[in-house]
Design a protein around this ligand. Structure first.
Ligand SMILES: Nc1nc2c(c(=O)[nH]1)N[C@H]1C(S)=C(S)[C@@H](COP(=O)(O)O)O[C@H]1N2
Ligand SMILES: [Mo]
Length: 337
């Protein structure tokens, strides 16, 4: 059994801003733009923002590898570069894992394909998991935490074309989004996209850490089986109409929004509450890991409050549940006058 390394590639930084921080600027009806501008992107920080001195910072690559690496930001920028548009979605508060929060965006990342680093480092045949650690440390929900650590299987990471991103929407990563570099795993919830990367390590087992066992584990902390919050099952939301908007009876309402799923979207349906006849929405071309626009026409027949529902179904058949899950269907209530 290999022992976990205690190497610190970077000295432990002080925290520039300690503690939980969330910024969630957009409501669904404000998400009409295909590409979410960086200033409107949500920010989710559990432990705080570390001070990172990029002049001394390196990304460590270690664990069960032939060639451990220590890479500066300049080193990363001289490696092969990929740019990728992806849905970026927060799984919600880890203390309330079944509440949908609609913290979602569509952005472009650029950086080094993880595969390139895997090839350079050379993995031991026994490697199954990659562990990623941020430079941030502190306390979350009363528990002390040495660093924000996550894991994923190496198969999934390579299949998803994971990258070590150093750019967001064409600019250097802003500090709150993980400068100098973060992990990005297209199709996987934001919690896996470790910011302020300190090191990645390759091992033959999952990582035991606060954010892989107690939190972001749908099996709960005491179950033997793990159900990590990994891929995004399927989601959708209305960008229009806006909640509370007023419309005239006898007209036809244009509805629109976005749909996404790690496995790809099979269909999107729009309805008007329980017992509704679902109407299939029009769906634009498949756009890889980005979200897809849907549109539908809904005749408004009778006056009164009306609750619109959208549900998407992933390839493979999984449909969004109506409630009780982080990916539950989105509803919007409007008035028909
Ligand atoms: N190091 C570190 N990485 C992190 C987090 C964190 O607290 N520390 N939060 C995660 C969560 S829960 C989400 S949703 C995304 C949010 O990324 P953003 O703030 O860049 O939008 O970062 C993830 N990566
Ligand atoms: Mo999150």
């Amino acid at each position: 059994m290999p022992t976990a390394p205690r190497f610190a590639h970077n000295p432990r930084p002080s925290m520039a801003r300690p503690g939980l921080y969330r910024r969630i600027p957009l409501e669904p009806h404000q998400m009409g733009e295909r590409m979410t501008p960086t200033r409107d992107l949500f920010v989710l920080i559990h432990l705080g923002v570390p001070h990172v001195d990029v002049s001394t910072w390196t990304l460590g690559v270690g664990g069960m590898v032939t060639t451990p690496l220590s890479l500066s930001l300049e080193d990363l920028k001289h490696m092969p570069r990929v740019a990728k548009q992806t849905v970026h979605q927060c799984a919600g508060n880890p203390l309330e894992p079944t509440i949908p929060t609609r913290r979602v965006a569509n952005v472009e990342w650029a950086g080094v394909p993880l595969r390139h680093l895997v090839d350079l480092a050379g993995l031991d045949r026994a490697v199954t998991h990659m562990w990623s650690f941020g430079m941030d440390h502190g306390e979350f929900a009363g528990a002390a935490c040495e660093s924000y650590g996550k894991d994923l299987t190496i198969d999934r990471l390579l299949e998803a074309d994971a990258l070590i991103a150093y750019e967001l929407n064409g600019d250097a990563l802003p500090v709150e989004h993980g400068f100098p570099a973060r992990l990005v795993v297209p199709g996987y919830y934001g919690t896996n996209a470790v910011k302020w990367l300190d090191r990645i390590e390759f091992w033959d087992r999952p990582l035991d850490s606060l954010f892989t066992t107690t939190y972001y584990n749908d099996a709960g902390p005491f179950a033997a089986e793990r159900k990590p919050v990994w891929e995004i099952p399927v989601g959708s939301l209305f960008t229009s109409p806006a909640p509370g908007s007023r419309h005239s009876a006898g007209t036809v309402l244009d509805v629109a929004g976005w749909a996404w799923a790690a496995a790809g979207i099979a269909r999107v349906e729009v309805g008007t509450g329980p017992g509704t006849a679902w109407r299939q929405a029009e769906l634009e071309e498949d756009t890889g890991a980005a979200w897809r626009r849907f549109t539908a026409l809904l005749p408004l027949e009778s006056r009164g409050p009306l609750k619109l529902v959208v549900r998407a179904t992933a390839k493979g058949g999984h449909c969004q549940p109506m409630d009780g899950a982080r990916h539950a269907a989105h509803t919007v209530s409007i008035d028909v006058e």
